[in-house]
Design a binder for this molecule. Sequence first.
Ligand code: HEC
Length: 144
Amino acid sequence: MTFKRGCYAAWLLAFGLAWPGAPTMVAAQDVSFGQRLFQDKADCKFCHGAEGDGRGDPRSPGAGANLHKTILDKAQLIEVIACGRPGTEMPHFDKFAYDDDTPCYGMKSADIGADRPPPPHSTPLTRREIEAIADYIVVTFVGK
Ligand code: HEC
């Protein structure tokens, strides 16, 4: 299944490159890098499911969003992955989220208090890794 989706993504990318201005034009290597992060290193699939449909592991805190139905654009996806979702189990993958120098949604630690999202059970991610996962989500899940 993952393999088939990969092929579809590759097709989309090839088509996108032949059609200047296509909204899905992103670097293929970013997408496969993002896929590995989503499925393995960052373990997003634990809560969101390998298919990104929100059917994660029964042991996960549950109710991971269905990423096929998201209305977020790439910049907003990056923000949610970096900052988490306040008051929910969606973790912040930027290690420095809510620090004084890197506020999230305009808030620092003191502002967000108990609503601060948890750190990931897997590992924090760099900005480049977060962007690659956002590319993977846009190409593979959103609207499909
Ligand atoms: C511990 C469980 C958990 C993990 C791990 C997790 N998420 Fe989430 N995620 C959630 C939950 C729960 C929500 C829904 C929050 C809400 O109710 O708004 C969510 C929401 C989101 C959203 C917002 C979707 C929308 O349309 O509002 C995105 C994007 C997202 N997650 C991406 C990721 C990515 C990418 C990873 C891995 C880097 C990840 N998540 C890891 C639990 C998790």
